[in-house]
Design a protein around this ligand. Structure first.
Ligand SMILES: Nc1ncnc2c1ncn2[C@@H]1O[C@H](COP(=O)(O)OP(=O)(O)OP(=O)(O)O)[C@@H](O)[C@H]1O
Length: 576
């Protein structure tokens, strides 16, 4: 509820006006039966024509004002709900930018999507319904009962008893239905996880001819969700019939008792009419409120799920204590005895120390799972280290904000990813203000010139979601071009040349050297041919540095490196 309270405080004026409009609507609703009673008892009974016209006019005015307030109230509550939806999605988006890999994994991508879309829509819809249907209900009930008491304490007992009976019924049904309905969002989450996996892996499922097995798994989740919905709806299906039953009994009793009292001369006919009207309103609002109350647990569950993300304290501290600027030191990045473990797992990196010198190419090689990509992710401050320190431009990591840090680094991920749009829009993500010449230059270095010029629409060629209409090597080259167009102090390539053929790989490395001679590169690779020209090569084995030096030096002196070389067909003959 913390975020909701903050939102209301932030939108005080709109919240106040909405409440005002809804109060006016309520007053209008309550005034009509009162005037009907007066019209019958004071106007019609006395045969006073002008009084009838006057009260009729008052009724018309009250009804008109009530309707206008209702329209205004609906408009404002819709605006308030839409503003909530917009602001919460905006803050949600911002929050996900601050979260570490582990924070993100704690929620999961599917759950984050469901929270941002479905949960926000639930709360938004509930917001409107609570404002329009739940808030006025207790006021209307209270005033209707008071007005009925003023008119006839005896008759008032009938609607009062009916309200109590109805509320007890609602309470009992809610008690049974609440635990079930709050679980529905979790089931929706599980259904989304399975569906996402199904659509992402559809080619693999088809390749292994696993459609039936997957369909069965999906159907299980669908039916699990559906049966929960049916169970909840079955419970709450009783609410409306109970309300109508009570309403029927109340009318019959009021008219029966009212006729007796009128016959005895103890009550006027207008009062009976007013009491019937008040009872209709009371029960009518209670029926509507009960219908909304039924959806409340699900909305509260949604609200809690949204707030769980919004109130998460990011694992990565954003305490920026220094103005981090480039300096004259030769060292761009310093890893000083860094150790790191993913939450709840064994350490992935232990005692890592090395420097990345400005204008040099540093490479990291190592077997699968040795921790190479983790080093790149640490550099992007996507996780916090357990011990040691990383500094950039001689400023410790802790003093850099994520934003400033990411401005200094350009990154090509291991798995090339393209966004829906065009080739040009994807490249411009690296630098939205880049000129046509700069695009051309990046494309040229990334060895993407030929294949782009073979596209019918060249740079404007469409890219589908995830870049599925391009081959692995083409996606890698476009990801590289996107990274190169950014003006950065350090360019990190996380196994980004793996899908390139040997010739393209060699051409690209040559172009990097000749076209960007002063830039600093960190190249993570499995293929030794990709990194053999690097100024410094770091050899990783099970999260520890087991060798450091040039290709020739390592080939002569490092056993792990020699094993890599042999496994990749590089001859050790002649190496002493
Ligand atoms: N998000 C994560 N959560 C938990 N463990 C992880 C996570 N990412 C990687 N790991 C583990 O950390 C270790 C190092 O992974 P990393 O991706 O850094 O290796 P790598 O050297 O880049 O491997 P590869 O060459 O196969 O890409 C692996 O054992 C892996 O299982």
């Amino acid at each position: 509820m913390t975020y909701l309270k903050q939102f209301i405080r932030k939108n005080k004026k709109l919240s106040f006006l909405t409440l005002l409009a809804l109060t006016l609507q309520t007053i209008g609703t309550l005034a009509v039966p009162f005037l009907i009673g007066r019209l019958i008892d004071v106007g019609i009974t006395s045969g006073n024509q002008s009084l009838v016209i006057k009260i009729g006019g008052q009724m018309l005015l009250v009804a008109l004002l009530g309707s206008l307030s209702a329209i205004w109230g609906s408009y404002l509550s819709a605006e308030l709900a839409a503003t909530y939806g917009y602001q919460v999605r905006h803050d949600f988006y911002q929050k996900t930018q601050e979260l570490s890999i582990q924070d993100m994994e704690k929620f999961g991508v599917s759950s984050l999507l469901t929270r941002m879309m479905n949960d926000v829509t639930n709360v938004q819809r509930e917001f409107m319904m609570v404002l329009q249907l739940i808030l006025p209900a207790p006021i209307i009930c209270l005033f209707a009962v008071i007005m009925t008491f003023i008119n006839s304490p005896k008759l008032a007992l009938i609607p009062l008893t009916s309200v109590v009976i109805y509320l007890v019924a609602v309470f009992l049904l809610l008690k049974k239905g609440l635990p079930l309905s709050s679980k529905i969002q979790e089931k929706l989450d599980r259904m989304m996880v399975k569906l996402r996996e199904f659509f992402n892996g559809i080619n693999i499922i088809r390749a292994f001819d696993n459609q039936e097995l997957e369909e069965e798994k999906n159907n299980q989740r669908f039916s699990d969700y559906a049966s929960s919905m049916v169970a909840v709806n079955k419970i709450f299906a009783f609410l409306t019939p109970i309300a109508y039953l009570i309403m029927g009994i109340v009318f019959a009793l009021i008219i029966w008792m009212g006729s007796l009292l009128v016959g005895q001369g103890n009550l006027q006919i207008g009062v009976v009419t007013a009491v019937v009207e008040y009872s209709i309103q009371t029960l009518g609002y209670l029926i509507l409120a009960a219908m909304v109350v039924v959806t409340l647990p699900r909305a509260v569950a949604s609200l809690n799920r949204i707030e769980a993300v919004l109130t998460t304290t990011p694992e990565i501290s954003e305490e920026k204590t220094a103005v981090c600027e480039a300096n004259t030191s030769e060292v761009l990045v310093k890893f000083d005895n860094v150790s790191f473990a993913y939450k709840g797992a064994e350490p992935v990196l232990e005692g890592i120390s090395f420097d990345i010198l400005k204008g040099h190419t540093t490479a990291i090689v190592g077997g699968t799972g040795s921790g190479k990509s983790t080093i790149a992710k640490l550099l992007l401050k996507l996780s916090t280290i357990n011990s040691g320190d990383i500094s950039i431009h001689s400023h410790s990591f802790n003093t850099w904000s994520q934003h400033d840090l990411r401005k200094t680094i350009s990154y090509v991920p291991q798995k090339a990813f393209l966004f829906n749009g065009t080739i040009e829009s994807n490249i411009l993500m690296g630098n939205p203000t880049a000129t046509a010449k700069e695009i051309q230059q990046a494309v040229k270095i990334a060895q993407a010139e030929t294949f782009i010029s073979n596209q019918p629409h060249k740079l404007q060629a469409p890219v589908s979601q995830g870049g599925t209409n391009f081959s692995g090597g083409q996606k890698q080259r476009l990801s590289i071009a996107r990274a190169l167009i950014k003006k950065a102090d350090l360019y990190v390539f996380d196994d980004s040349f793996s899908a390139l053929d040997y010739q393209t790989d060699a051409n690209l490395r040559r172009a990097l050297k000749t076209e960007m001679p002063d830039s600093t590169f960190l190249i993570i690779a499995q293929r030794l041919s990709t990194i053999q020209d690097a100024d410094q090569i770091i050899v990783l084995d099970e999260g520890r540095i087991v060798g450091q030096g040039t290709h020739d030096f390592l080939l002569k002196n490092n056993q792990t490196y020699q094993e890599f070389a042999i496994s990749q067909g590089i001859s050790l003959e002649g190496v002493e």
